[in-house]
Ligand binder design. Structure first.
Ligand SMILES: *Cc1c(COP(=O)(O)O)cnc(C)c1O
Length: 361
């Protein structure tokens, strides 16, 4: 077999299934819904959702109506509740209905629009997003209260699910978590017949109080640790590898790449690798992150568009040898930290140039 000439993105759906099982065991008793917005965190909403459905997932969350339409098509005849986090945005009611998408109402005008539809049609199904302290999306407690006290309103709307989102769940010691929990308890009593979901991935690991009826799992399905650091219970779903193009020996004072990205202060053996930020390796990880090559972690010295350079140390390697830039040995959360970002962004930046292969589809 000829070695690949370009970056290869392998998406391991068996690892995805494993991660779902870990989350389900942790959140025992709660449904594990799959958050597949932004094309399944860049890994392909269709293949990801179909595999999760085979593992038992029946609820899916996307951000945009367009994403919901694409997911409905990708799911074919499969039974799937698809929730749209943007809610009932102006002009989208017919599209939501046509694709059988459930809007997650996130503003008061959206709630009023839903009530108008309920009045016109006799019934309207919509989930309700309540802002318990993240100040980004959702009705305030006061707005929710007003909605329930207006005569007939609550009965006119069919609210299968009450949603809120935690702003600091990756930090279990944060006082904001119990504050948001207390507000969620309060609002929940207003909608006693609705199911409730407060936790995303990180919240699902905060303990039983936070789980309610449904955990909306995103990043942890894809291998990102709930506390923004590697979690050995979770497996890497995305693996990015690329071949070495050349091995070079630098002398002290030699500068590599543009400007003064890296200057050797001693004799240094480096490998030039056929991948760059155009394949999704975040440039900001330059000088801070690592790759896995020749049996060990190798400092990421330079990241350019098409090429990157790693420090081989004492290891020997040859052109054509694979370098792992992300995966089971070049960890997602480590790369995110090195790049000064979150695992979510690392995944959604995995670009289309890398050749994609699905395992377990
Ligand atoms: C993105 C999102 C999630 C999933 O978050 P993760 O951190 O990826 O688990 C859950 N709920 C809402 C409202 C979101 O926007």
């Amino acid at each position: 077999m000829t070695p690949p000439d370009q970056a290869l993105l392998t998406i391991d759906l068996d690892a995805l299934a494993h991660n779902r099982a870990v989350i389900a065991a942790e959140a025992a008793g709660a449904e594990v819904a799959a958050v597949v917005k932004s094309d399944g965190y860049g890994l392909g909403a269709g293949p990801v959702s179909r595999r999760l459905h085979a593992e038992g997932a029946r609820s899916f969350f996307v951000a945009r109506v367009t994403e919901g339409e694409a997911l409905r098509a990708a799911m074919g005849e499969r039974e799937a509740a698809i929730y749209v986090l943007d809610g009932l945005a102006p002009g989208t009611a017919d599209r939501l209905a046509a694709a059988r998408l459930i809007p997650v109402l996130s503003t008061l005008p959206q709630a009023h629009a839903a009530l108008a539809l309920a009045a016109a049609r006799g019934r309207y199904e919509a989930a309700l997003h309540i802002d318990t302290g993240m100040n980004r999306q959702g009705l305030t407690l006061e707005e929710a209260r007003a909605l329930t006290s207006a005569p007939g309103c609550l009965r006119a709307l069919d609210v299968p699910l009450l949603v809120s989102h935690l702003g600091s769940a990756t930090d279990p010691g944060e006082a904001r978590n119990p504050q948001q929990l207390a507000r969620f308890r309060e609002v929940r009593s207003l909608f006693p017949d609705s199911r409730a979901s407060l936790a995303a991935s990180a919240g699902g690991f905060l303990g039983p109080d936070y789980r309610y009826d449904m955990v909306r799992a995103g990043i942890s399905l894809y291998g990102g640790g709930p506390e923004e650091r590697p979690d050995p219970r979770l497996k890497a779903v995305a693996t990015l590898t690329a071949p070495i193009l050349d091995i070079r020996d630098l002398r002290p004072g030699d500068r590599v790449g543009y400007g003064s990205a890296f200057t050797a202060d001693r004799p240094t053996r480096v490998a030039v690798v056929a991948a760059g930020y155009s394949d999704g390796v975040i440039r900001a990880a330059m000088g801070k992150g690592y790759a896995w090559a020749a049996g060990g972690r190798r400092a990421l010295l330079v990241v350019n568009m098409d090429l990157l350079v790693i420090d081989l140390g004492d290891a020997s390697a040859s052109p054509g040898d694979p370098v792992e830039l992300l995966g089971a040995r070049a960890l997602l959360d480590d790369l995110a930290k090195a790049a000064g970002t979150v695992a979510h962004e690392v995944l959604v930046r995995l670009s289309s140039r890398a050749k994609r292969v699905y395992l377990g589809a």
